[in-house]
Design a protein around this ligand. Sequence first.
Ligand SMILES: [Zn+2]
Length: 339
Amino acid sequence: MDFETYDPVSTLVVPTHKLTKAKYPFIDVHNHQWNMGSGSLDGLVKDMDNLNMKVMVNLSGGYGNSLQKMADNVKSQYPNRFIIFANVNFDAVGAAGWTEKAVKQLEEDVQHGANGLKIFKNLGFSVKDVNGKRVTIDDPRLDAIWDKCGELKIPVIIHTADPEPFWEPMDEHNERWLELKTHPERKRSDTDPAPWETLIEEQHRMFKKHPNTTFIAAHFGWYANNLSKLDSLLTEMPNVVVEFGAVIAELGRQPRAAKAFFTKYQDRIMFGKDSWVPEEYATYFRVLETEDEYFPYHKKYHAFWAMYGMGLPDDILKKVYYKNALRIIPNIDKSLFPN
Ligand SMILES: [Zn+2]
């Protein structure tokens, strides 16, 4: 038997509270739906209702025509259950007029119903300009886009780089060995395309350069495993907030430190999940709401360790589940949520 097949059943007997529904209606600010441009949304809304998810923020809105189709389809079926974020077309950065065109596209997308901008990790990883050079996250040719978001009062959610161990040697000491083994394409190095610190620093320089724009650092900015560092970053950058998509396993292994962090930054944390697998939300609810001990996470390659609940009080839960998103993301129907 090898480590991957080793799957011992815990003999620990402690109170358990398996949650299939959030205690309060919530907004998932980090979701991806690529096929919302046509067809019925009934099934999706039914799955959301089962979780108590009142509003889903679809970050994969695209731009132009496809975004407009998506917004129209939502409007005709469930106008107050979905929020759509636009994306930037990074083709031909550096071509004459590229920046002006991108800004104009964004303005149009917002007119057509986008309420935020999502930047995928391809910026920093693979986006190249017309000369074949990597476009850095703080590239000045993008400045006007971030400023426009501030002017339009829409947030920018940005995913930069990936967990730091993806850059480390893939050996017996690497905490993400199992993920790299099952997803070899995720392995990175200092030259593929750049050191982890370089990418993260580019992102932070960009945040600081645009203090009037609200940035949502996706995945806790990849510092969920170093909350004291994230604490100092959030202190330094008041225009930055975070969401915990795909990193709940980091919080669930340090429930006391995480609870202290959530208490301190209760106004700057939003609920995000990322991949749309409805059964997996149970882990998120349980880590946030309960004081359960030593319970399993749903994906071994994210966490071969067990979870502990933070037991957040109701006032903080409400902020994380919906109040912060209502403040940060425009045009969400407030009547769907309690005071
Ligand atoms: Zn995502």
